[in-house]
Design a protein around this ligand. Structure first.
Ligand SMILES: NC(=O)c1ccc[n+]([C@@H]2O[C@H](COP(=O)([O-])OP(=O)(O)OC[C@H]3O[C@@H](n4cnc5c(N)ncnc54)[C@H](O)[C@@H]3O)[C@@H](O)[C@H]2O)c1
Length: 449
């Protein structure tokens, strides 16, 4: 099939590449000329495991093209995807300007019937708005071309995006058009062979499904963080509690890890956007507000532990930070908990020596060069002369470190484990003080200086 995709970010680039991989002829279009030029040279602007060879091979095979020329892409696409960003506005609502820009562009250039598919995460009712916007542009140029509009929200996870796209848990198709449903069924057939993954529904339900999924996952995280905070106060170990509750099949082990709070481009903005949607329909979303507030507080938790250990005086201290990306296997720093920690440490007068396997370029883009931030070549280089080690992102390489080396390098041998990746007893046996999240003894751990 001839496919056009607007937006070459995490969603658009991965979707376009996977559709090309199964034999479709795909043109990806982006307004960012630099990004398009890099993609044309085979340079992938994001870190996503397994993506680079797929982009390079499909580009070389002539099935995957990149352009800034929207008209070329629109003329090409029997199916046209909208996969542009929907960042949060000041009030938490989703900024639809990019989606509506694309809708206008499609309306201005469409020259043959097409199925237009919205993959961006958008408030309920946006499909109607997109449809009206395209129709208005068509009628302004006297065209009565027909087109279908489908809501097909995306559920890929950064870090696993290629795998998620190739083997999706579900493919939500929101549409009342038999034709559009048929077209998408054939487009997705290669990803739907093992068992039926397509869930058909109306457009508004599809739009809400995406927000409901992210809000549920964010709720699980905030709930566990709340339990961790209670565990810390009552002298219980949240890791034992986690195993105890996960064994109940109604709860399950997935996504019940306490930690430094959720970040990324999706959960924070989608929870806020859903709150906004609810309020704009005269409903006060009490659970969502609590999820969001609990997360905001959790992002400050590591700093509070560090500050308490050093008796409120972090001025002149150097803190080693392992992991900056909002989760492992990505370079995405959007709303990353590390940002809250770094900014609070800096405002206390501390310096940071950090290492992340993939996020340094993003961190430099966000913070520029500053004297109180050193991005180090390795996790051990970050320890040199530091007062403490903080684990913020649970990259695999951090899980079994050389504890003797950590102990020898740190001025004040103490580890703050923001993801509970270590056993407290192992760390303490190596001569290091240990603080985790919700691990009872953290509260009683002695101040060492
Ligand atoms: N990142 C994820 O893990 C993820 C997962 C599921 C859903 N989503 C949703 O998918 C959408 C896209 O997310 P993303 O992370 O890929 O965003 P992104 O910010 O990585 O990429 C968006 C791209 O769209 C481009 N763009 C903006 N306006 C354009 C226009 N008028 N024409 C062409 N290109 C344009 C930007 O230049 C950018 O390259 C969002 O609504 C997001 O909520 C994201």
């Amino acid at each position: 099939m001839r496919v056009a995709i607007f937006g070459t970010g995490y969603v658009g680039l991965v979707t376009g590449t996977c559709l090309a991989e199964v034999g479709n002829d795909v043109i990806c279009v982006d307004v960012d000329a630099l990004k398009v030029a890099r993609l044309e040279r085979g340079e992938i602007p994001i870190f996503e495991p397994g993506l680079t060879p797929l982009v390079v091979e499909n580009h070389a095979a002539g099935r995957l093209h990149f352009t800034t020329d929207a008209a070329v892409a629109i003329a090409h696409g029997e199916v046209i995807f909208i996969a542009v960003g929907t960042p949060p506005e000041e009030d938490g609502s989703a900024d639809l300007s990019h989606v509506l820009d694309v809708a206008r562009t499609i309306g201005q250039a469409l020259s043959s019937p097409a199925v237009i598919v919205n993959k961006s995460t958008v408030p309920v009712g946006t499909a109607d708005l997109v449809r009206e916007t395209i129709a208005a542009e068509l009628s302004a140029r006297g065209s009565d071309l027909s087109f279908d509009l489908v809501s097909n929200p995306e559920f890929l996870k950064e870090g696993d995006a290629v795998q998620d796209c190739m083997r999706p848990d579900r493919i939500i198709i929101g549409s009342d058009s038999a034709h559009a449903i048929g077209v998408l069924r054939s487009l997705y057939a290669p990803f739907n062979r093992n068992h039926e993954r397509i869930v058909l529904m109306d457009v508004r339900s599809a739009e809400l499904t995406k927000y409901a999924a992210n809000a549920m996952l964010a709720t699980k995280i905030s709930f566990m963080n709340e339990m961790a905070n209670i565990a810390e106060r009552v002298g219980a170990d949240i890791e034992q509690v986690r195993l105890g509750i996960g064994s109940d099949p109604r709860i399950g082990y997935h996504f019940i890890y306490p930690g430094a709070g959720y970040g990324g481009s999706c959960f924070p903005k989608d929870v806020k956007a859903l709150e906004h949607i609810a309020r704009s329909h005269d409903y006060e979303p009490r659970v969502l507000s609590a999820v969001e507030a609990t997360n905001a507080a959790q992002k400050e938790h590591l700093h509070a532990l560090i500050s308490r250990h050093f008796e409120g005086n972090l001025k002149g201290r150097t803190i080693a930070v392992w992991g900056l990306a909002f989760k492992p296997n990505t370079d995405d720093m959007r709303e990353a908990p590390s940002r809250t920690l770094l900014e609070k440490l800096w405002s206390d007068g501390a310096s940071v020596q950090a290492f992340d396997p993939e996020a340094h370029e993003e961190v430099r883009r966000i913070y520029g060069n500053r004297a109180d931030l050193q991005l180090c070549d390795s996790q051990y280089a970050a320890l040199d002369g530091a007062d403490a080690l903080v684990i913020v992102t649970e990259w695999k390489a951090f899980r079994s470190p050389d504890l003797g080396r950590i102990c020898a390098a740190l001025g004040h041998p103490v580890v703050f484990d923001g993801r509970n990746i270590f056993e407290p007893a192992t760390i303490e046996a190596a001569g290091l003080a240990y603080y985790g999240v919700g691990r009872g003894r953290s509260v009683q751990a002695p101040t060492r200086d």
